[in-house]
Design a protein. Sequence first.
Length: 255
Amino acid sequence: MSNRTSAAAKQKRTEISTVVPFNPLEKRVLGASIAEVLLTTPIYPLSQAFPLRGPGVYAIYYRGTRFAPYAALAQRNAGGKAVWPIYVGQDLPSGGRRGIETDNDESSLRNRLQKHGRSIKAAASDFDIEDFCYRALVMDDAFIRLAETSLLVLYKPIWNNYVDGFGNNAPGSGREASKRSRWDTLHGGRSQAEVHGDRGETREQLMAAIAQELSSTNFDVPDTLITAFGQTISNAPEHMGDLLTDVANSPPAQT
């Protein structure tokens, strides 16, 4: 065998050895499959109560025209579509965070979505409740946090990331002195925000920052999420793998 042939054979062997075998049970693959299933669920207006019982994950979508900084999101969800969420959340069964086995036949997802609906109704100067719709997936509670984390990594929803505070509960005793969330600074209306101090950012500053944030967002998500995760498995940023690999050991997400 010539040196040239030997080098070519060695290079071919090297290329083959660097291929990462597909593992259908890998956490990021499982997460992607869950995200795909969520996108096949029915679209409900947020004004309508979720008709199913049980815990799970959900995604809320904006379709309105009244709040200009979110125009890029509304455009992706126009024409009856629900493609790019403004917020992603989860709800574990009662007692789930304390390791208590409970009956999954409860209205936890429904209650959580109704709470979000009340927050949006309170921000009446910016929104109408009919500007929003949602998808929800009732699922085994063992996979709920994995599903939520996968959706957060994939979409980086603006209300989960830059505009924090949408899913906050009313503050308990001793927490009143904390700063008002960006969501409450921007949209206002919720009585729970009145006890918080000013955060040093104005509504106008936040509106400008959101427009810039969304203008730099890559909305090009492949139709087949499992393939997308598999293609980048060997060169994905380390933090992305950490998010999905360590989700089972991380503290519960604030929704």
